[in-house]
Design a protein around this ligand. Structure first.
Ligand code: ST9
Ligand code: ZN
Ligand code: ZN
Length: 372
């Protein structure tokens, strides 16, 4: 038979060439010959195993201490609201919460991380100031993590992977070193658009000077000099309490809005529609929609500003020309997606929606009907 003898000849040639090679080692080739068996299957795998180091959670105790301190101090501030602080101080703190929130929602999130609209330098400067007031690290770092979050959602490469539980997604991810996958996958994310913005480069370069000034010093000094508040109340309420509230409102988007709520647009993903989170996070709780259409500047399908102050803010600046190229999703595109992957909880989008009740169709008044 030609075929077996040809095989034997080929094997002989290969083995002879191998023996003759000056660089040959005894390392296994992984190629099996007739009659050979593999005794230990793991022998071909070590190189592959070495590539992916085993992840061991490493707690950053410095961050644990700082966040515990901040939260306890914020509680003290909350107590002072009802005991000794002036009403103006509390109103001021609330106002700063809205401004710092907009620095995250309209700035870091919708403008920079998602490019869902464009902004003139005046608005970018304003948003960078608000963003620094929020102290969630430089926009460049925030947007890098957030782009990774969207691209690798609910995997080890997601910085606040909600599959690791509510606490990890909420704050735990800031208390330990990142999973190596976050850094590895993050390296593939294009940030050239943000790196070329001089305002963002300035913010990152001088962050450790401007952040303490805008986030803590000014909110403390203004109430003392403008309406005679005490130093401690000014520090505890508009500086620390306001900062901690804004942080938790933001973190709820990663925790609660990734775990609780309906999924009218895509039932196969974790992010959900959560009205409570949308309320505290200035319109960022409509998270099922947002993960399906991350480039919509409204981060929601809502046509109104209820629970979406950020959209009102962007629309206002679009009116005066500082915001432009606002991107949003057409009703038809939404409808198709709802029909394809929604969980059935989507509100009726209009006439003919599959969820429109029959009695509504029959009872509707249709005027000016076309003559038969
Ligand atoms: C904060 C952020 O709270 C909150 C963000 C929440 C996002 C929510 C999004 C939801 C939607 C929007 C809703 C808005 C709602 C707003 C409502 C408002 C009312 N890719 O990070 P390091 C590399 S911040 C590629 O130190 P460690 C890179 O080389 C609070 N590479 O990692 C980097 O060096 P460099 C205040 C990456 O050592 C190097 O690794 N801030 C990536 O594992 C080291 O990076 C804090 O408390 C990546 N994605 O440490 C600080 N990441 O930067 C907390 C890293 O020079 N953070 N690399 O290029 C830390 O202390 C540390 O980051 C750590 C990890 C301990 C957590
Ligand atoms: Zn998310
Ligand atoms: Zn997003």
């Amino acid at each position: 038979m030609f075929f077996p003898s040809a095989c034997r000849l080929f094997r002989f040639i290969v083995r002879t060439r191998v023996r003759m090679s000056p660089n040959i080692t005894s390392a296994p080739t992984g190629v099996l010959f007739e009659g050979e068996t593999v005794e230990d299957t793991t022998i071909v795998a070590p190189e592959i195993q070495k590539e992916k180091p085993q992840y061991v959670r490493q707690i950053v105790w410095r961050n644990v201490i700082i966040f515990v301190y901040l939260h306890l101090t914020a509680l003290h501030g909350f107590y002072r609201i009802f005991t000794s602080a002036k009403l103006t101080t509390t109103i001021f703190a609330f106002f700063l919460y809205q401004l710092s929130g907009l620095g995250i929602t309209a700035g870091a999130h919708r403008l920079w991380a998602h490019k869902s609209y464009k902004a003139k330098w005046q608005l970018r400067l304003l948003l960078t100031t608000f963003n620094t007031l929020a102290f969630q690290d430089a926009v460049l770092d925030w947007a890098r993590d957030h782009r990774v979050h969207h691209k690798y959602s609910e995997t080890d490469a997601d910085p606040h992977n909600a599959k690791r539980g509510f606490f990890f997604a909420h704050v735990g991810w800031l208390l330990c070193r990142k999973h190596p996958d976050v850094k590895q996958k993050g390296k593939g994310i294009d940030l050239s658009d943000l790196e070329s913005d001089p305002i963002l480069a300035f913010q990152r370069k001088y962050y450790m000077f401007i952040m303490p000034l805008i986030c803590f010093i000014l909110p403390t000094v203004i109430p003392v000099f403008c309406w005679d508040e005490t130093w401690s109340n000014a520090y505890l309420i508009p500086a620390v309490l306001r900062y901690v509230v804004t942080l938790n409102a933001t973190w709820l988007v990663n925790s609660a809005a990734h775990l609780f709520g309906s999924k009218p647009y895509d039932k196969f993903i974790n992010p959900s529609e959560n009205g409570g989170v949308a309320f505290v996070a200035l319109g960022e709780g409509w998270h099922n929609y947002h993960h399906v259409f991350p480039w919509d500047y409204k981060t929601a399908e809502l046509g109104n500003y209820r629970c979406n102050l950020t959209t009102a803010f962007i629309d206002f600046f679009a009116k005066i020309g500082w915001a432009y190229d606002l991107k949003s999703v057409s009703t038809d595109m939404v409808r198709k997606r709802v029909e394809r992957t929604g969980d059935g909880s989507h509100e009726v989008w209009g006439w003919g929606d599959k969820d429109q009740p029959q009695e509504e169709r029959e009872g509707a008044i249709i005027t000016h009907q076309k003559a038969q």
